[in-house]
Design a binder for this molecule. Structure first.
Ligand SMILES: [Cu+2]
Length: 531
């Protein structure tokens, strides 16, 4: 399909998205949510937030707000000040304590000791059990929504609400109505290091309970793991949401935290204590806004679900998710929601692909191209063959460029306990193993002991590998391999240390975790022909 053809496929989608978005926001909701009738302010990327004529002022305002909230941690329980404290806001996401669904600090330490992560117990120094002082705290603490618990599909909604009310408290604490959360845009390969202001041990933005080499700048996030170009074109909203959550979101948590489930960022009940949490989630919220800028969210009961928070006066606020779909009505816009991919070519290709593979109101056709037997992960690196049989291969080749989506599906990934590492999933041609493409990263944020959930982790993960296969020239080959490789998630700022870091990851891998993948499959998803 030529460029003109692609544009004609996209245009109706974009128009439909704009119309639906406009219809979905009644005027009264807009008025109710306009922040004091002020024009929305911009949530900026971190590097812009701190630069320019007003950069120093903005940074000082943010730091003053965080400092002020932290100073309220010991306010009388039940007071409005306590509800504006840093600890209170971290507790809304999750907390440890006798009445918490996440259990006590002691139980977490015991869990780490029993599961080969005893050396990470030091990260719990200074973390204490919390107790909800009143009915409001009992109602709203530890209510973060992740699809790994039973109330699925409100990951985006709950976290947008959380940031909205948190930001109101920040403005109150700074005495600055213009303050908006900056976001850490690690999808930009030039921004994968933890921003310097968060590395500064004298700053209120610093947190000692992070991976030491992220905190020193010796390592950064892996730019391959933070590439969401193909995902931004995903037309199925719930697939998009869960792939963002399981993918880049969990990856950043487990990589900034020393690993999962270890404090702060790597462990759900305490993640909100780290100031970088809020700039991480602002970026996740922006990626949702990027998607909304192109497509309309689907109707459904998920929009009616209500969640409760407190505002800057300490008053409980209960609202449905549907009041939070339009950020302008909430008093903020992002500086960039229309140009979110690294490569617009890739974005257009994947939008065309998923638009065709998931036609509105139509059926999509899924063909299993290849499947494996179950794969126990007993080594830091496991490679399996995935052979597309001759008959199916012709079907794959027959597809016009960009018309079908090929997904690598890891079905029923299970683990008995934390493996101590993340896993990179690579795909390669069997006859050219040296050229491999990253399909995605398995992280374990919230996978173990989250909100009372017990029993082994079990999840099916999907990665759109259409671009990777095209880059590999996979059409010319019969056999592919998939490699599951232990990683710490981080890459050394100095490339000469890469081998050393790989060895560290191999060392940290726990075969006792019993990681198992029930099957790896290659799926082709296309629109089914009209009857
Ligand atoms: Cu998170």
């Amino acid at each position: 399909m030529d460029a003109k053809g692609k544009a004609s496929v996209l245009r109706p989608l974009v128009v439909a998205a704009i119309v639906l978005l406009a219809l979905s926001i009644p005027m009264d909701a807009q008025q109710a949510w306009a922040a004091d009738g002020q024009a929305p302010q911009v949530r900026k990327r971190w590097q812009d937030f701190i630069s320019g004529a007003d950069g120093a002022t903005r940074l000082a305002s943010l730091q003053a707000a965080v400092q002020k909230m932290k100073s309220l941690n010991n306010s009388p329980p039940g007071s409005a000040d306590y509800r504006r404290s840093w600890q209170y806001w971290a507790n809304i996401h999750g907390y440890y304590g006798a009445a918490s669904p996440d259990g006590t600090v002691e139980a977490q330490i015991q869990y780490l000791q029993n599961n080969g992560l005893g050396s990470d117990v030091s990260y719990y120094q200074g973390i204490t059990d919390q107790s909800a002082p009143d009915a409001t705290a009992q109602a709203i603490w530890a209510t973060c929504q992740h699809s790994s618990n039973t109330q699925a599909l409100n990951f985006f909604g709950w976290h947008r609400m959380y940031l909205y009310y948190f930001e109101r408290v920040l403005r109150w604490a700074a005495g600055d109505d213009t303050l908006r959360l900056p976001y850490w845009d690690y999808t930009d390969p030039n921004q994968v290091a933890l921003p310097a202001e968060f590395q500064d041990s004298t700053s209120t933005l610093y947190d000692a309970l992070r991976s030491p080499d992220m905190n020193s700048g010796a390592s950064t996030l892996d730019p391959n793991s933070t590439n969401v170009d193909a995902l931004l074109g995903q037309s199925d909203y719930f697939s998009f949401e869960s792939q963002i959550e399981e993918g880049i979101h969990g990856y950043v948590h487990c990589t900034v935290g020393p690993t999962c489930p270890v404090a702060h960022m790597g462990d759900v009940p305490v993640a909100g204590n780290d100031p970088i949490f809020y700039s991480h989630h602002a970026n996740i919220d922006r990626l949702w806004a990027c998607w909304q800028n192109q497509q309309a969210v689907p109707a459904g009961s998920w929009q009616d679900l209500q969640f409760s928070f407190v505002d800057e006066t300490g008053t409980m606020q209960t609202q449905p998710v549907k009041n939070f779909l339009d950020s302008t009505a909430l008093g903020y816009v992002y500086d960039n929601v229309s140009n979110c991919a690294r490569s617009q070519t890739t974005l257009v290709a994947s939008m065309t692909r998923t638009a065709q593979a998931t036609p509105t109101g139509g059926e999509k056709k899924m063909t299993v191209l290849a499947t494996t037997a179950s794969i126990p992960i007993k080594q830091p690196q496991t490679t399996v063959d995935i052979n597309v049989p001759e008959s199916k291969r012709q079907e794959l080749l027959a597809q016009p460029e960009g018309a079908a989506m090929t997904e690598l599906v890891l079905s029923d990934v299970t683990a008995e306990s934390p493996p101590g590492v993340l896993f990179d999933i690579y795909i390669a041609k069997k006859d050219a193993p040296g050229v491999r493409k990253l399909a995605g990263t398995i992280s374990w944020f919230g996978a173990f002991r989250h909100h009372d959930r017990t029993g082994p982790y079990k999840k099916t993960l999907r990665f759109d590998v259409s671009n990777q296969l095209r880059e590999l020239g996979a059409a010319n080959t019969s056999d592919l391999t998939v490699t599951i490789e232990a990683t710490l998630g981080r890459v050394p700022a100095h490339p000469s240390l890469a081998a050393e870091m790989q060895a560290k990851a191999a060392n940290a891998f726990r075969s006792q975790a019993g990681v198992q993948i029930d099957a790896i499959e290659l799926h082709q998803v296309t629109a089914s022909p009209s009857p």
